[in-house]
Write a protein that binds this ligand. Structure first.
Ligand SMILES: NC(=O)c1ccc[n+]([C@@H]2O[C@H](COP(=O)([O-])OP(=O)(O)OC[C@H]3O[C@@H](n4cnc5c(N)ncnc54)[C@H](OP(=O)(O)O)[C@@H]3O)[C@@H](O)[C@H]2O)c1
Length: 387
């Protein structure tokens, strides 16, 4: 019987991982690192994870461990916790996933120092068999564009990154080998996790927020034909758990849509267009025109600028927004997402398909149709302020 220690369970992917792991009979205890002021508060957070989709929480099996990855004494505290002496598997899914430069310091602290604390403790565990690190396929950086990418191409210290987050995830991967032997390390690299393929409220709207914002804007400065590797959270979680218990031939796996199930923004928007008949049709313009849109929102656009040809959208924005400044807030929040979309990166999933029975994920332009009503419920302006 396996004992597991897992981080990040209050998040999007970690929540799904915890629920699926909790159902397995071959797992004895699951200890969850949770940020909370008290045991009572931590238990409340656990209840929230399980109540979300009416799953059963068994507190004999699922045990909260209070802790914050930014604590300087975290590894010592975990080492002193006698309950954790017999851990066989660590699943490190926690991270600060912000794309905004204003959070660069905390992103570094959580994703690098926090990981180091877990690793310092992990290497003292006598029974540790596997350290599963949830990385990200986007550690390949921004220079590899418009092609299929293999696991072996990363980490590459020469890679340039769009955001600090992916840089810290790359450095994190490199760090693990300094603490643990390779046979104990399993690195999984999901591509972009958006929504859920089941017909229910996803645990988090993080990436769906970008689609909701694009759905609001309708005229979007981005190349909509770039290939986009997107998977639903339930697929990501199932694939990771299958790999954890599989006879693995590799140490690193993409968890991705790959060439066969990749999508494009064009296909995604086409899939949802008919659900919003009152909005103008989707239209895409050059990324460089973001500047013109911002000038328009300040009432400073020159009369003969090409953006003036899009009167249908300008009047729609005027109708929909009390303050055109909201348009700048939205575009500011969307900016890194649009940059990722334009990279055209697709991640090869051959290894995952060979070593598991998971099969291909449903393409995002198919499963997204089951989530259309949730797109409408997202408060896009509120979320744009918390990137
Ligand atoms: N979502 C994607 O598209 C995607 C794609 C590829 C890889 N990934 C990777 O998948 C993992 C999960 O991502 P996600 O989207 O599920 O993220 P998320 O929803 O933002 O969840 C982040 C989790 O990390 C925890 N955390 C953050 N700071 C912490 C700290 N200082 N101490 C302890 N816990 C802390 C959060 O706890 P609180 O609830 O207390 O904040 C939460 O449980 C990450 O490693 C991410 O890099 C995600």
């Amino acid at each position: 019987m396996t004992n597991i220690f897992i981080t990040g369970t209050t998040g999007f992917l970690g929540g799904e991982l915890l629920i699926e792991l909790s159902k397995r009979k071959d797992i004895n205890k699951i200890y969850c690192l949770i940020r909370a002021e008290s045991e009572e508060n931590a238990a409340k957070r656990l209840h929230h994870i399980f109540n979300f989709h009416n799953d059963q929480l068994n507190l004999d099996k699922i045990i909260p461990v209070l802790g914050d990855l930014t604590e300087t004494e975290l590894s010592l505290r975990l080492s002193a916790d006698k309950r954790l002496a017999d851990i066989h598997v660590i699943v490190h899914a926690a991270a600060n996933t912000s794309f905004s430069p204003i959070y660069d310091n905390i992103v570094e602290k959580v994703n690098i120092q926090g990981l180091a604390s877990i690793l310092k403790w992990a290497r003292t565990l006598q029974k540790l068999q596997t350290f599963l690190y949830v990385g990200t396929a986007t550690i390949c950086g921004k220079e590899i564009t418009n092609r299929l990418i293999q696991e072996e191409e990363s980490p590459d210290l020469k890679a340039n990154h769009l955001v600090k987050y992916t840089h810290t995830k790359m450095m994190g991967e490199l760090m693990i080998g300094e603490y643990l032997p390779s046979e104990k390390i399993l690195i999984v690299r999901p591509s972009i996790i958006m929504g859920d393929s089941r017909q229910w409220v996803p645990r988090s709207y993080v990436i769906m927020w970008a689609l909701a914002s694009i759905n609001f804007l309708r005229l979007v400065p981005v190349n909509s034909n770039a290939q986009l590797d997107v998977i639903p959270v339930d697929y990501a979680s199932n694939a990771i758990i299958q790999l954890l218990f599989a006879k693995r031939k590799h140490g690193v796996y993409h968890i991705s849509a790959g060439e066969q199930s990749a999508t494009t923004l064009s296909k995604l928007t086409h899939a949802i267009e008919s659900y919003f008949p009152d909005k103008p049709r989707f239209n895409f313009i050059e990324r460089e025109m973001t500047r013109e849109v911002k000038l328009w929102s300040r009432n400073k656009l020159h009369a003969n600028n090409t953006l003036k040809n899009y009167t249908e959208y300008l009047s729609y924005w005027n109708r929909e927004m009390k303050d055109a400044g909201d348009l700048r807030i939205l575009l500011g929040g969307l900016d890194p997402y649009l940059s990722f979309i334009e990279l055209g990166q697709v991640f090869d999933n051959t290894k995952l398909l060979q070593d598991t029975t998971i099969g291909l994920p449903e393409p995002a332009h198919e499963y997204i149709k089951r989530s259309v009503q949730f797109i409408e419920n997202i408060d896009i302006f509120e979320a744009a302020l918390e990137p």
